[in-house]
Design a protein around this ligand. Structure first.
Ligand code: C5P
Length: 219
């Protein structure tokens, strides 16, 4: 069974997708982490975020993969655990430029399809239902208002000791949504057969419950 969860930035996709995968004993794949890791790779090598040929060259020289540890899934760049390094403001604010590069998407989409193979998987991202797994059994488009998403990100940041103003977070989230939904190749878009879930007024448990109901109806 393939479950695709797409939606805008900070809508809670990975939190929800991880919990659903755990409950169902499915594999979880965070495709955003892959685009973030390519962005980190460019940064480490001082390559411009729009330099497609050098970014592609780097991607071919390095390996992006996931490993499972007791505290959850970790993202690896070769032998280095980059799970925290890909979540900095610098990466978050530049990933949309890298993810708009056609060659980067072609490579990562191929990797994502191979990971999905014929196993039970929950995959989250922006183009899973439209492009990566167009035949997914369940497609969810998870949304929430910009205000709610900024508020959630604000609380997460405070827990991590980062104090960014709510207005700055709102602007950053809106800017990333704009770039992701206006790029030429597989922009962020609800698939025609996706079910929209608005989590603005729901807590995590309620969202998991609603999506689990949708999955059970398809089983
Ligand atoms: O999900 P997350 O916020 O970590 O994604 C980071 C970025 O990666 C997105 O803003 C988008 O630019 C890109 N992305 C994408 N396609 C996906 C997943 C993420 O373009 N399937």
């Amino acid at each position: 069974m393939q479950i695709a969860i797409d939606g805008p930035a900070s809508a809670g996709k990975s939190t929800i997708a991880k919990l659903i995968a755990k409950n169902l004993n499915f594999v979880y794949c965070d495709t955003g982490a892959m685009y973030r890791t390519v962005t980190l790779l460019a940064k480490k090598h001082n390559i411009d975020y729009g330099d497609s040929s050098n970014i592609l060259k780097l991607m071919n020289e390095h390996k992006i993969h996931f490993i499972n540890k007791t505290d959850g899934q970790h993202v690896m760049l070769d032998d280095e655990d980059v799970s925290d390094a890909i979540r900095t403001e610098e990466i978050t604010n530049n990933v949309s430029q890298v993810s708009a590069i056609k060659e980067v998407r072609t490579e990562l989409v191929e990797m994502q399809r191979q990971m999905a193979g014929d196993i039970n998987i929950v995959m989250d991202g922006r183009d899973i239902g439209t492009t990566v797994l167009p035949d997914a059994d369940v497609k969810i488009f998870l949304i929430a208002s910009v205000a709610v998403r900024a508020e959630r990100r604000y609380k997460e940041n405070i827990e991590r000791g980062i104090d960014t103003s709510l207005d700055v977070l709102k602007d950053e989230i809106a800017a990333r949504d704009y770039k992701d939904s206006h790029r030429k190749i597989s922009p962020l878009k609800k698939a025609d057969d996706a079910i929209e879930v608005d989590s603005s007024n729901m807590n995590i448990e309620q969202v998991v419950e609603q999506i689990t109901k949708i999955i059970n109806q398809k089983k």
